[in-house]
Ligand binder design. Structure first.
Ligand code: FES
Length: 81
């Protein structure tokens, strides 16, 4: 199981953590990845930026907004499974 940690710290919360979580949940269902990917909420990842910080498999932080969430999921997560 690979883990995606989505920051819900205050800075990321304001930038739309919950929307990103909802979009990722839908994408996981759409691509039938429920057995492969687990979504977790995380406290501040220490990289508050202009977008929501999302940790890919404990290896890399990516910066995601609700506008780019689908594209990032398809390009930065699915190929790295
Ligand atoms: S609040 Fe999300 S990285 Fe700091």
């Amino acid at each position: 199981m690979k883990v995606i940690k989505i920051c819900i710290g205050s800075a990321c919360h304001i930038k739309g953590s919950y929307e990103v979580i909802e979009i990722f949940k839908e994408l996981i269902e759409e691509y039938k990845l429920q057995d492969k990917i687990e979504l977790c909420a995380s406290f501040c990842l220490g990289k508050c930026s202009n977008e929501v910080s999302v940790m890919r498999w404990d290896e890399k932080i990516l910066y995601i907004s609700k506008e780019n969430a689908r594209q990032m999921f398809e390009n930065e997560f699915i190929p790295y499974l």
